[in-house]
Design a protein around this ligand. Structure first.
Ligand code: UFG
Length: 323
């Protein structure tokens, strides 16, 4: 019995692979290395370079390894890129996920865990945003993920497949043991960008908008440590294997930090002053995005242990120093 991890050479997927191996699972990774790195996958995991959209390859892996669960991270994640290339995003995120789900059904793989996103809510009217809030994505990225949620919902009714879709909020930080972290080149995520700036890998950074209706005028996000996010996947796997119902769950802490608070934390951790410039608002940014975070605790018994912005930033900085 093995777990198939798609995108296991990427930022979040590589943390998942380490966690599964530590738990004694057999792991097979499929990754096309478009943004991931072969070196991010430990030798103890089987690695296949290939595409989730390659149905014949996926079928072979499911049969050869006796896969009982798929954890599906592979996908494109840059919101502005999805606006520029919607069909590319619908192909990579939606069409390829359909192939993966179809092969799971054909191979009678019973469990599926899917990386969804808070982007499915768009500009939410109420904060914190709960899972039952209206789903009005404002980018092709969000829509591409939402369509996959819906495919899973309908498939789980028609076939013997149970699933958990986790709607990630702002994932950041790195493995506390320093084994993996975010290596993505040209990353756009605030904590990654700020850590690069703190270490002189880029001249500075821009603050996209100081005129939001928030406490200090900058956007607020629910930053969650990648290791806590991974624990949620482990909890989801146990839940499904124990016969638990399919579920769609937010994955965030339920409170947030502003851009300025994040930058303060990076300056504290790095012991430097960042070169910060004010810039116009970034299109598509919601003023505030905080997870309604009760359901995941109730359904999965998820108990985060890294809910601390300074700790998140320190781990991200430690990884950035190693790159
Ligand atoms: N920001 C800056 N300067 C930067 C980078 C970011 O001011 O150089 C600001 C953004 O404007 C935003 C906040 O920092 O207010 C966080 O931005 P990120 O790019 O780190 O993250 P997002 O909130 O835009 O995106 C995240 C995920 C997406 C997901 C989205 C859900 O990365 O995958 O949340 O809304 F879709």
């Amino acid at each position: 019995m093995a777990v198939l991890v798609t995108g296991g050479a990427g930022y979040i997927g590589s943390h998942m692979v380490l966690d599964l191996l530590e738990a004694g699972e057999e792991v097979v990774v499929v990754d096309n290395l478009s943004t991931g790195f072969r070196r991010a996958v430990p030798q103890e995991a089987a690695f296949v370079e290939g595409d989730v959209g390659d149905g014949a390859l996926i079928a072979r892996l499911m049969a050869d390894y006796g896969v009982d669960a798929v954890i599906h991270f592979a996908g494109s994640i840059v919101v502005p890129d999805s606006v520029a290339d919607p069909l590319g995003y619908y192909l990579n995120n939606t069409v390829n996920s359909r192939t993966l789900i179809a092969e799971a059904v054909r191979a009678r793989v019973p469990h599926f865990i899917f990386s969804s996103t808070a982007a499915v809510y768009g500009i939410a009217r109420e904060m914190p945003v709960g899972e039952d809030a209206p789903l009005q994505p404002i980018s092709p990225y969000g829509t591409s993920k939402l369509m996959t949620e819906w495919m899973l919902r309908d498939t789980a009714i028609a076939h013997p497949l149970s699933y958990v879709a986790l709607r990630y909020f702002n994932v950041a930080g790195a493995d506390p043991k320093g084994r993996t972290g975010q290596s993505t080149p040209r990353a756009t995520h605030l904590i990654k960008v700020a850590c690069e700036a703190a270490l002189g890998k880029r001249p500075g950074l821009e603050i996209y908008g100081r005129d939001y209706d928030t406490s200090d005028g900058t956007c607020i996000r629910d930053y969650i440590h990648v290791s806590d996010l991974i624990r949620a996947h482990g909890d989801a796997l146990r839940h499904l294997r124990a016969g638990g119902d399919s579920a769609v769950l937010n994955c965030g802490y339920g409170h947030g930090a502003s851009v300025l608070e994040v930058l303060d934390a990076v300056e504290r951790a790095a012991g430097c002053t960042l070169d910060k410039r004010d810039a116009p608002r970034r299109p598509g940014d919601a003023p505030e995005l905080i997870a309604g975070a009760d359901r995941i605790r109730e359904v999965l018994g998820w108990t985060p242990i890294h809910d601390d912005l300074d700790g998140i930033v320190s781990s991200a900085l430690a990884w950035e120093r190693k790159l």
